[in-house]
Design a protein around this ligand. Structure first.
Ligand code: M5T
Ligand code: MG
Length: 240
């Protein structure tokens, strides 16, 4: 089976319906199937807006977003979204069991699939220490989880779908460097395409390409090595 999950932006411009200023202007980049792309940039630079264009939470006003070479506006929404795992910046867990929260990503997931996703998301061991393991109720009516545990649980929820494209919106911010790199190594193994929004330079080390955004524009893109040579801003972020 040929690898799937290539993502390409061609001169994408985007503005929210209630506004006449572009939040994204002339964005072009491509990620081949199986590659990891890290997206960095200051707050409000358009990272979340960029990710949302891929599963078509909204559509590009200019240019095109291509998934496996096809304009995603020409794809059936369900077909498009079936292959995408999206972990939003604001984590949404509900008051239910751990297993229910993970399988929310795929209603008919078996317990083995749920556990596999949890292991990959580096949260299985924590779950096994809970009073009722996968049957433990979390949230207001149950056990409280830490910020980093919640992040990993919502990553497990995306992984249980076995996505070709994984969108991670700043959802590793609460993880220590070691847990995060174990997680990213595990994800690399899945050979899905990963778009990872991050503030941390430690997460960009494994990325094939890094995009540096500022005010809705792509300031620079390239490998860590390339950016260290060509981008003063990247060097500054790296050294800070
Ligand atoms: C980029 C505006 C926002 C900012 C720009 C989500 C959203 C954003 N915006 C809206 O007007 N409506 C919306 O629903 O778009 O915002 P972003 O894409 O959220 O930026 P970011 O993800 O890089 O920021 P952060 O803080 O998550 O690092 O002008 O007001
Ligand atoms: Mg954001």
């Amino acid at each position: 089976r040929p690898l799937k999950g290539a993502v390409e932006f061609r001169q994408v411009g985007f503005r929210y319906p209630d506004s006449d200023v572009n939040v994204l202007s002339d964005i072009s980049f491509s990620a081949r199937a199986g590659e990891t792309l890290a997206i960095m940039g200051s707050t409000g630079s358009g990272k979340t807006s960029l990710l949302g264009l891929i599963p078509r939470l909204y559509e590009a006003d200019e240019g095109a977003v291509l998934v496996d070479g096809i304009d995603n506006r020409k794809m059936e929404l369900e077909t498009l979204r079936r292959q995408i795992g999206y972990v939003p910046q604001e984590i949404m867990l509900f008051s239910g069991t751990v297993a229910e929260n993970i399988s929310w990503g795929k209603r008919d997931a078996s317990l083995d699939e749920i556990k596999d996703a949890a292991k990959r998301a580096q949260i299985h061991e924590t779950i096994m220490k809970l009073p009722l393991q996968y049957d433990t109720v979390i949230g207001q009516k149950g056990v409280n989880l830490s910020g980093g545990q919640k992040q990993r649980l919502s990553i497990a929820r995306a992984l249980v779908r076995k996505p070709a494209i994984l969108l991670l919106d700043d959802c590793t911010s609460a993880l220590d460097v070691r847990t995060e790199s174990a997680l990213l190594a595990e994800l690399k193994d899945l050979s899905c395409t990963i778009l990872l929004v991050t503030q941390k330079i430690s997460s960009t080390a494994n990325a094939d390409t890094i995009l540096l955004m500022d005010d809705g524009r792509l300031l620079a893109s390239g490998s860590h090595h390339e950016l260290m040579q060509n981008s003063l801003l990247y060097q500054r972020i790296y050294e800070s």
